[in-house]
Design a protein. Sequence first.
Length: 345
Amino acid sequence: MTFDLDALLRPNIRQLKPYTSARDEFQGRARIYLDANENPFDDSPFHRYPDPHHTDLRQKISSLIDLPADHIFLGSGSDEAIDLLIRAFCTPGEHSILTCPPTYGMYEVQANIHDVGIQQVLLTPEFQLDEPAILQALRPFTRIIFLCSPNNPTGNLLSRTSIKRLLEAFHGIVVVDEAYVDFADQPGLTDLLTTQPNLVLLRTFSKAWGLAGLRVGMALANPSIINVLYRIKLPYNLSQAAQSYLYTALDSHKAINQRINLIRTERRRVAQQLSSLPNVLQVYPSDANFLLVRFIDPQSTYRHLLSNGIVVRDRSRQPLCEGCLRITIGTPAENDQLLQALAEI
Ligand SMILES: *Cc1c(COP(=O)(O)O)cnc(C)c1O
């Protein structure tokens, strides 16, 4: 396939002379730092600007996910990567992205913010990619296809073969948002990065890693795309607090795996119990940390749960999700309370 990154980049981004911070111009070790107008007194651990290149963090993550550091971009949540990808590849008023609803709402919101068009091709009733319809919808102005696997809110993995075929047929960027991949039965698509220069994977520390409040997410791609993201991000997009905390938190990956296993076990238990309730029409299979559940009366179910102090996500107005609530898997005790409240209806 022919993939021409320069041709895809917006001309202003291709020609951009990035801001160079004090920490760009000097990267060695000095005795005295008088280059960044910082406060010299170390009254707090945060008196210096943080590393704009996230060098130590990317090195550590690199060994954890078995991918070279130059394939890793770190942002303030994976939402930052969505924003930057649209900025880099879509000219406002001219280009468009393609999404496959029902899916994560952020792709559409970011496109709207940037005045970039949105082409939508519904998933099939099995929540898989409608490949012929996608191929038919593609236009020269289509720049990015946003896919989500495991998909939010449906919970299922998209077919790897479908994604591969799209990567080969489409000469723009294919983003696969893998926010929930740690909860899935299959590994993610990192192995495809070596052969597919137009693939971008999104990962986050907000879900399996339990660090939603820290705001760190990743884009994984070939270095040419990663370099573009580093050129256009805000210089200090990750605070020192976030970088230091995450650096230490990465040591607890064994404990994280235990948490993931517990959530997967609970997912099985909650799904089983839900499907035996009379007001539940369908519990969809899930590779994520939530269940999409179709109820006889979603609105009154939602209100009943709320009156019990339990809030879930109403997805019943999303296409293909009629009657559906999205329920996050909680702690075993929280799940018990959810099941009890639902049994009372
Ligand atoms: C939760 C979620 C994210 C995470 O976004 P962050 O900005 O990293 O917190 C990304 N994509 C999808 C599909 C999600 O559901």
